[in-house]
Unconditional design. Structure first.
Length: 227
């Protein structure tokens, strides 16, 4: 399959690309508190801030993400970033993943990923996210998750989006609840996290669960406004 089909980001408007719907598109910005939040395609040039933020938040991220089999510093070196980026770019070009950067006031501050995109009778994907700890508690993660879910429905064209969280990660649960997810189950020994198999709660949302979009609901409850 041809790689790197779409090099220039474009607005998430107009007809959807029939081969890779939703890829290489950026969302409309939102105002959340004093900040402007937007999703855009993750780019190779994001390597330096990606590494800096994740190294600074190692104690937080390592405890909730899949186990790595090297040091955290090595996993966030320039060489590993290039490997990581090339892998997700191939997956994006194959139409099974969409990696977003979260821009806050024009600066890289985290990621939203739509993964395991399925078409046909399944028509679903999962959403994952992380935001730099210096912005936690400000509604940034909720806005970014809502932008990602709306993009999955409106631009990627899936019917259902799932997410999981560790039982003790109540902050992640609140983000998902505010975005409109409902709890659907409990997954035993679901993923290998921080050196051991961990249980997760499973949450989901479908496109027909609500009349309004995720972003519209945030705006109606004064948690965000259009830029």
């Amino acid at each position: 399959m041809m790689r790197y089909l779409f090099r220039q980001p474009r607005p998430a408007t107009g007809p959807r690309n029939p081969t890779h719907p939703g890829w290489m598109e950026y969302t409309s910005p939102l105002i959340v508190g004093d900040h402007t939040v937007q999703l855009r395609p993750l780019m190779k040039s994001d390597g330096e801030p990606w590494s800096e933020l994740r190294l600074a938040d190692a104690d937080i991220l390592a405890r909730v993400e899949p186990t790595i089999h090297t040091s955290w510093a090595e996993a966030h070196s320039s060489a590993r970033w290039r490997e990581f980026y090339n892998n997700i770019r191939r997956a994006a070009d194959d139409g099974v993943l969409i990696p977003f950067a979260i821009d806050v006031d024009g600066e890289f501050c985290g990621q939203v990923t739509l993964g395991s995109i399925q078409r046909g009778s399944a028509s679903d994907c999962w959403v994952g996210y992380w935001v730099s700890s210096h912005l936690t508690g400000r509604g940034i993660a909720t806005a970014a998750c809502a932008l990602g879910v709306d993009h999955a429905f409106d631009r990627v064209g899936v019917h259902r989006v799932t997410a999981t969280y560790l039982p003790e990660n109540l902050a992640s649960r609140r983000v998902l609840e505010k975005t409109g997810f409902r709890e659907e189950g409990y997954l035993h020994k679901n993923l290998h996290i921080f050196g051991q198999w961990r249980d997760h709660y499973l949450m989901a949302i479908t496109i027909d669960d609500y009349v309004d979009s995720c972003i519209t609901r945030l705006i109606k409850t004064n948690q965000a406004r259009y830029a």
